[in-house]
Write a protein that binds this ligand. Structure first.
Ligand code: PLP
Length: 429
């Protein structure tokens, strides 16, 4: 019996979790169930699925067997109880917040976040009446001070994009616990290979699957992982979870589904009604990508550290922000939270300013100039002339996108080729 109880290691879970050979055809790879709908056994079966009395497939907007493999796999890798795959990382954030917040509520967010999330929170979420209160991850007490009776959640990134900030998850998780609100961690840049936020107090983990989990730059996707740790009924603050749902003849989701009630609420209320479902084809590509996640992430990290070390010694370079460097301000936090490596993304400041930044981006050959990270391929962008172009100069600097800044996402090519390409770009006339 010992074997049956054995918990597989991370590499094994990345390949096997959630999947088994197809019972009808024997197909070893997970089939792409490219169908909108699923035939019910009989009228009673249909009624029990619609009433949440039985689990099963109804319609691909609500769930799909190919997507289910992906959900179980990422939940296993993160150490959560259940997952919900959706159409993008941004869709995951919308569904999480829609499940937690009512109009007029607040959530606290780290101000060091992916630029797209800052936009989403400042504009789209405000139009829903969900008010973001920004806090500074370099000053943990700012999270404590931001807590109010209207606070419903705290949101941070484990490794923040693009600045190379490592967030003190344990400290902020404690503040969330004291405030009685769920702690949400966007683990996109770290992936569960480098960091498992649930071990440090996260109640909900979200990902853009578009980046390292899919890993090949071919599919947009997102996922929500329920840690199963939060008591939704305690303070009666979360009506979607702790009050009878008229949509389902008065079921209270937390009473019925216990430690995976949040994932269920996101699916049967959020995804069902808002609609950003992941396509089965994207789920297939992303699950296949995850099979090699541990191998890819280690190579990403090893290459990135070599590149950051090389860049920090170049005469053209003013500074390199990468937590893996011993001199980096976040190095101590990196040793605690991401001991296997600090990920693939870094920012670099060039002594030659705006002109040097655009020249580097225009001169490299191996790097691709794209607004993405987390591909097998090395990627580069000059935020001041692209993603952050609309901001004032002062706003650019505050967002870590000053005129001298270049963002790199280091791929898994040979590191000698990556460095040679950067040398070509830095020395171009
Ligand atoms: C890309 C990204 C997102 C948004 O994900 P999409 O899949 O592009 O919607 C959210 N958070 C982080 C940290 C990201 O890098």
């Amino acid at each position: 019996m010992a074997d049956a109880e054995r918990i597989p290691g991370f590499n094994t879970l990345a390949i096997h979790a959630g999947a088994k050979p197809d019972p009808t055809t024997g197909a070893r790879a997970t089939p792409i169930y490219q169908t909108t709908s699923f035939v019910f056994d009989d009228v009673e079966h249909a009624a029990s699925l619609f009433g949440l009395q039985a689990f099963g497939n109804i319609y691909t907007r609500i769930g799909n067997p190919t997507c289910a493999v992906l959900e179980e796999r990422v939940a296993a890798l993160e150490g959560g109880t259940a997952g919900l795959a959706v159409a993008s990382g941004h869709a995951a954030q919308v569904i999480v917040m829609q499940t937690l917040l009512m109009p007029g509520d607040e959530f606290i967010a780290s101000k060091k976040l992916y630029g797209g999330s800052i936009n989403q929170f400042n504009h789209a979420f405000k139009s829903f009446g969900w008010n973001v209160v920004w806090a500074d991850p370099d000053d943990i007490s700012s999270f404590e001070k931001a807590v109010s009776p209207k606070t419903k959640a705290i949101f941070v990134e484990s490794i923040a994009n693009p600045g190379g900030v490592i967030t003190d998850l344990e400290a902020i998780g404690k503040i969330a616990r004291q405030a009685g609100v769920p702690f949400i961690v966007d683990n996109t840049l770290a992936t569960p290979y480098l960091c498992k936020p649930i071990e440090y107090g996260a109640d909900i983990v979200v990902h853009s699957l578009t980046k390292f989990l899919g890993g090949h730059g071919n599919s947009i996707g997102g996922i929500i992982i329920d840690a199963g740790t939060f008591n939704w009924s305690r303070d009666k603050k979360y009506p979607m979870l702790c009050e009878p749902r008229p949509e389902y003849s008065g079921i209270v989701l937390h009473e019925t589904f216990g430690n995976f009630a949040f994932a269920i609420a996101c699916r049967v209320l959020g995804l069902r009604d808002l609609g950003p479902a992941l396509s089965p084809f994207n789920a297939f590509l992303i699950s296949t990508g995850i099979e090699t996640l541990p191998l890819r992430m280690q190579r990403h990290c090893d290459n990135a550290l070599a590149v950051a070390t090389w860049l920090s010694q170049r005469p053209e370079v003013a500074w390199v922000s990468y937590p893996g460097l011993p001199s980096d301000k976040y190095h101590a936090l990196a040793k605690k939270y991401v001991p296997k490596g600090s990920g693939a993304v870094m920012t670099v400041g060039l002594k030659g300013g705006y002109e040097a930044g655009t020249k580097l981006v225009g001169s490299v050959k191996l790097f691709s100039h794209v607004a993405n990270i987390g591909d097998t391929k090395s990627l580069i962008i000059h935020p001041a002339s692209t993603t952050h172009k609309q901001l004032s100069d002062a706003q650019k600097v505050q967002a870590g996108a000053g005129p001298d800044v270049v963002r790199l996402s280091i791929g898994i090519e040979d590191k000698e080729d990556i460095i040679a390409d950067l040398e070509l770009g830095l020395t171009a006339k």
